[in-house]
Design a protein around this ligand. Structure first.
Ligand code: AR6
Length: 170
């Protein structure tokens, strides 16, 4: 599994699947979620609504898959990161953040998607400390042994995350 680091906008990346940092409603929001729905168009929201009707909300740490609409990617995996709670439930939150990555990789494998791009889940509106989140993201991806996924791309939008990943991936 090749690991690549990119600084940029995940909506512009041509991969099999991009991961969205969604919320449990699955009905859109700000940050990368807003950007994905804006660039991908209404088909994504329609499929999210179908999922809502079938299974209800998406729990923290879990993941669901939809079309990517007008994005260059083929699919979007929506996963729900934990909200950082001032360190009060840190161990639980770290596990849930790791689950976001492993459950997204599992879903990519199940759908025969070979290249996957991740944003830095929970490090924006959900306020997770970026350095801790980067350690979790890198560890859960590197520990995931996949026979089928060929490339994982870490997409950092802000410079702070990009510098952290550059350092930690050395
Ligand atoms: N491409 C890649 N990364 C991006 C982009 C982009 N276009 N835009 C922002 N980021 P956030 P969260 C980075 O807030 O913390 C939404 O309202 C950003 O720099 O998008 O998991 C959802 O609906 C940051 O590092 O997600 C939820 O309610 C990272 O994406 C809530 O926000 C995550 O920031 C989820 O909060």
């Amino acid at each position: 599994m090749k690991i690549t680091l990119i600084k940029g906008d995940i909506t512009k990346i041509k991969v099999d699947v991009v991961v969205n940092a969604a919320n449990s409603s699955l009905l859109g929001g700000g940050g990368v979620d807003g950007a994905i729905h804006r660039a991908g168009g209404p088909m994504i929201l329609h499929e999210c609504q179908d999922i809502r009707n079938r299974q209800g909300k998406c729990k923290t740490g879990e993941a669901v898959i939809t079309t990517a609409g007008n994005l260059p990617a083929k699919k979007v995996i929506h996963t729900v990161g934990p909200v950082y709670n001032d360190g009060n439930r840190l161990e639980k939150e770290k596990q849930l953040l790791a689950d976001c990555y492993s459950n997204s990789l599992k879903l990519a494998e199940a759908n025969d998607l070979k290249t996957i791009a991740f944003p830095n889940i929970s490090t924006g509106i959900y306020r997770f400390p970026k350095s801790i989140a980067a350690d979790i993201e890198i560890e859960s991806v590197l520990n995931y042994k996949s026979e089928t996924i060929e490339e994982v791309i870490f997409v950092c939008f802000d410079d702070e995350n990009y510098q952290l990943y550059k350092e930690k991936l050395k």
